[in-house]
Design a protein around this ligand. Structure first.
Ligand SMILES: [Zn+2]
Length: 322
């Protein structure tokens, strides 16, 4: 059966892919004069999910002209390398995330700075998982800047909206005429799935990005994961009030985290990151639905978000700056 188009435009398709066994990542395909795939998932995603979806439309992977990455993380660009081995597409991505796909060692140092360098964790299992989902670096043929237009031909123009925070070069592709923004992971809500925590690497940058998004004319927010927010409905597509509320929830949560880290810093002045992070985690656990990892006492997954607030408040070098 042919993949159904999205209501916003008959040339627009959503490709839902399984990621990391129990999660979902959303990709999008625009069948314009220039055919664009928004994000590539992990190394196996093009073969397992994109190819069957395109074949249902009478197309092949080789019909993809451009890969539009929302950002440089493994579940969004991990398929770039595999795809570029098979097809001749151009890769577009924001300038500030290009280092994440060009150098996988630099990528891992950046995303795991707090885990590895600050908390001294052994990340060998995560490293193996990373290198399974990202089998090689990717070229970036066009480095995008905020506000520029990606022209896919005919009436299809996507405006680049730089939304740093989750990664330095996170962007939304805003199809202004259709009032839909493909925002990847730029908007975190309460986290990407039950038990998780919002993930971003610059605290103030993230809040500013959410304020910027709130000011745009967007009817539909197309997220890459089914982010948690104050409502139960968990589709990755949010329209109207749901889109607005998701952004407002993201702002409320980042402010709450900031406040908790600030108070923890007052109580544990000069004690370093870990005591502050543990105290902030205890305060936040009463208000947010994340789970605590017994081994660390911190929110499950990455402590990067707490570290982002900590470094901003203390002025200590993040070491992961770029
Ligand atoms: Zn991401």
């Amino acid at each position: 059966m042919a993949l159904a188009s999205m209501p916003q435009d008959p040339r627009l398709f959503r490709i839902t892919a399984i990621w990391n066994w129990d999660s979902i990542v959303e990709l999008f395909f625009i069948n314009g004069p220039t055919r664009a795939l928004i994000d590539t998932g992990a190394s196996y995603t093009p073969r397992e999910f994109v190819e069957p979806a395109l074949r249902s439309l009478g197309l092949e992977l080789t019909d993809i002209d451009v890969i539009l990455n929302t950002h440089g993380h493994q579940d969004h660009m991990g398929g770039n390398h595999a795809l570029l081995n098979q097809i001749n597409a151009q890769v577009y991505m924001h300038r500030e995330d290009a280092f994440l796909v060009a150098d996988l060692e630099a990528h891992m140092e950046y995303i795991w700075h707090a885990d590895k360098r600050v908390l001294g964790q052994d990340l060998s299992a995560r490293r193996a998982q990373f290198l399974h989902t990202v089998t090689g670096p990717s070229a970036v043929h066009r480095k995008l800047e905020d506000n520029e237009i990606v022209d896919l031909g005919d009436d299809i123009q996507l405006r680049v909206v730089h939304l740093p925070g989750h990664s330095p070069g996170s962007i939304a592709y805003h199809w202004e005429e259709k009032k839909i923004a493909f925002a990847g992971d730029a908007v975190q809500g309460y986290g990407s799935k039950p038990g998780t925590f919002p993930l971003y690497y610059t605290a103030r940058g993230y809040e500013r990005s959410m304020q910027k998004l709130a000011s745009l004319q967007i009817e539909t927010l197309a997220l890459a994961h089914r982010y948690l927010w104050t409502q139960d409905a968990r589709d990755a597509l949010r329209s109207g009030k749901a889109a607005e509320q998701t952004v407002q929830d993201s702002i409320a949560v980042t402010r709450m985290i900031h406040q908790s880290v600030r108070e923890a810093l007052k109580a544990h002045a000069g004690a370093g990151f870990l005591p502050v992070a543990l105290a902030a985690t205890q305060t936040l656990a009463a208000a947010l639905p994340f789970t605590i990892e017994p081994r660390t006492g911190l929110p499950t997954g990455l402590p990067a978000t707490l570290y982002a607030h900590y470094t901003e408040l203390t002025g200590e070098s993040g070491g992961a700056a770029s």
